[in-house]
Design a protein around this ligand. Sequence first.
Ligand SMILES: C[S@@+](CC[C@H](N)C(=O)[O-])C[C@H]1O[C@@H](n2cnc3c(N)ncnc32)[C@H](O)[C@@H]1O
Length: 375
Amino acid sequence: MPKAAAATAERQTPQAQLVQMARAHWLSSFVYVAAQMSLADRLTEAPRTAAELAQSTGCDALSLYRFMRTLAGMGLFTEDVSHRFSLAPLGEALRAGTPGSVRSAVLTLAGPLFTKPASELRYSIKTGKTAFEKVFGMPVFEWLAKHPAEKSMFSETMVGSHGAEPEAVAKAYDFSQFETVVDVGGATGNLLAAILSHHRKPRGTLFDLPHVVHDAPALIKARGLTDRIAIETGSFFEAVPGGGGCYLLSHIIHDWSEARCLAILGNCRRAMTPNSRLLIIETVLPTGNTPHPGKMSDMIMLTVPGGQERTEPEYCELLEKAGLRLTQVVPTESAVGIVEALPAWLKSTDRTYRRGACHRAGHFGPDRLAPRNDG
Ligand SMILES: C[S@@+](CC[C@H](N)C(=O)[O-])C[C@H]1O[C@@H](n2cnc3c(N)ncnc32)[C@H](O)[C@@H]1O
């Protein structure tokens, strides 16, 4: 939490804090409707009054004025003395098709794909099952495969919501040690492109479902990397491309049940050579009560794809079950860490292997659900 917000929260009574939490969904609705109405795009050319905007959007002028005033209060727009609204930096980020735009991310994350399952959170907590499937009748990636427009928007959401993360990952780890980097479930190649732009030596293989990589060539071409990235299609539940030096799983493992994660990790392990590294790029949850954005993400994973965020000991345990060994967790300047692993059969010869890391790192296996004393 930013310092000023934390100070304000501290000054508030517990009752006021809870009431604020209870109303938080309205903020989500406000930015969702602003994105739906393309309000930021409508202010690109020049400042406009609510009456002018009401004409082009077919809205009630006074209601739209009150909405614009609310959004100005949230920092998206600025209202001048003649009641003209212009774009503020937050509003700029909501424009479509601009570098770093989060319009698709707002429409996806604050839209029915996420809000409908959110309204069934209690079902997921009660049953351990995925609310998305209850609401939409099938798993999220199956649903996206049947809805091309939303699928493209979902890929754009990944790019928008990760922001500067790919750059931070590219900087935090020495990818120049590899000949090839295979991005498993790499969507449109946003992370792979950032890594290859930062490290001149490796070539890349982008691997994802056929209907998803359809959108990749445009992004790869825009980054000038067409000659260095090969695109392969398939399902990571069947197999992944063999012989890569580095296997990336970025925001993949948190999407799936443990059994499905073990299938993906097992296929990566079988594709790896003795010198390969597997890198899981995910939010690594702190243990104990430390506030962390990944804890909210963990609830989204439970409710939408049916996966989970993990602590370092939980990654250690999962990797061990998959015949892999966690060797280190490299922090980045973004919300994610890089969980590095090797095939377990290298454990006696590789000096970077951290023997007993799962046990050293603390609560392990079913015991992790038992009461703890780690604050
Ligand atoms: C949450 S997105 C992460 C995308 C990307 N790695 C990133 O970090 O932005 C999950 C990705 O897994 C892909 N995926 C889902 N099921 C898959 C499968 N069976 N085989 C390969 N990729 C799959 C999706 O198409 C999607 O691109």
